[in-house]
Write a protein that binds this ligand. Structure first.
Ligand code: SAM
Length: 349
């Protein structure tokens, strides 16, 4: 579905998308050059790097405007996207209600979300389900006009977020799988890549946000993609033990505190068949990032509604996977850089 909003909200979304690309592609590049011109040997730890950037760029207009625009856009997305989606409410509701075709949907009314779920995300008012049409607003407005060509977080300006998801789907070690589960499927952008990479597989998309599940299901039906949508927490999927051949996830981990990530790894291990695989696409840990960019990422923790970002990008994910029982753990960048950062592991036979 492509919603047809009127000219004013559309232009308004396009404007903040352009502002974000200008910040990510021009201002941030300039700030990075200024930093390295000032600091020949950046420190190692993230705390020292943060201080080093703050000192070196204390008078940098490029750095201040880059951060100002990035924060402003992050808030402004919802100020503009939610009224825009309200304008087409009846079309969106009709689209959701008419979804019948391949795949299925289980909404599991009444399931209890983990406590951290309420803390919100990305500055969206009320969090992942702060609006009943949040899924549509994210896909049709935020993604279409602002996130799609990068310039924020780990996604460089000009990169294609769908290609990045396809590369992670293709990084799973086997050519075919019988049953694949995508954890934290959102509105289905990565699930679609998985669906296309493994056309023979049965695919289950696990997602906690009701508005995302409803929208993701309708969008996959419209595209003729056979995907079974289940509203559940990734920590407690409700799926049977030893029933899945590949567990996949894209940018779920950084939305969840480390202790809950351990529960997600344990759950992935539980539902996988012996010999089954895990493939995760995420932002590379800070120790793999170049110093200035590590600080750009770290800034999200306090300033762009990413409360778990710092803890997750400094946690020992391979060690936690080992604790969950996984073997053959490896981590590497795909696409010629370090984003997306792929972690693979296997449940031993
Ligand atoms: C950054 S989005 C990524 C969505 C999707 N994987 C993609 O590639 O576009 C993270 C998603 O994880 C979901 N999420 C967060 N915590 C979750 C949990 N405990 N269980 C299931 N989904 C969760 C959020 O609702 C959100 O849709």
């Amino acid at each position: 579905m492509k919603v047809e909003v009127s000219q004013r909200p559309r232009a308004s979304m396009q404007f903040i998308g352009s502002a974000q690309r200008f910040a990510g592609g021009t201002l941030q590049k300039r700030a990075s050059e200024e930093y390295y011109a000032n600091v020949e040997n950046p420190p190692q730890s993230i705390d020292e790097r943060r201080d080093s950037v703050a000192t070196a760029l204390a008078d940098s207009a490029a750095w201040k405007f880059d951060r100002f625009v990035t924060r402003w856009v992050a808030e402004e997305i919802y100020v503009r996207a939610l009224p825009a989606i309200e304008e087409v409410r009846s079309d969106v509701e009709e689209f959701l209600a008419a979804a019948e075709g391949k795949g299925s949907i289980e909404l599991n009314e009444g399931i209890k979300a983990p406590a951290y779920w309420e803390s919100g995300f990305h500055l969206a008012p009320g969090g992942w389900d702060g609006h009943d049409l949040m899924g549509a607003a994210l896909d049709q407005m935020a993604f279409t006009y602002v996130f799609s060509t990068g310039g924020v977080g780990a996604v460089k300006t000009g990169s294609n977020m769908l290609d990045q998801r396809a590369m992670v789907a293709q990084a799973a070690p086997k050519d075919t799988y019988e049953h694949i589960v995508d954890l934290g499927a959102g509105t289905g952008r990565f699930t679609e890549a998985v669906r296309k990479t493994y056309p023979e597989a049965r695919i289950t998309a696990i997602e906690l946000s009701e508005s995302s599940v409803r929208y993701g299901h309708a969008a996959s039906v419209e595209k003729g993609l056979d995907i079974n949508w289940v509203r559940a927490a990734a920590e407690t999927t409700t799926l049977e033990a030893d029933s899945v051949d590949l567990v996949a996830a894209y940018t779920l981990l950084h939305e969840v505190p480390p202790a809950e990530n351990q529960k997600i790894f344990n759950e992935a291990f539980r539902i996988l068949k012996p010999g089954g695989d895990l493939v995760i696409g995420e932002i590379a840990p800070y120790d793999k990032q170049e110093p200035f960019h590590a600080v750009v990422l770290d800034w999200e923790t306090e300033n762009r509604g990413e409360p778990h970002w710092r803890d997750v990008l400094t946690m020992d994910a391979p060690g936690m996977l080992r604790d969950a029982g996984f073997t053959d753990i490896e981590a590497f960048g795909v696409g010629g850089g370090i984003y997306p950062w792929v972690t693979r592991a296997r449940k031993p036979l």
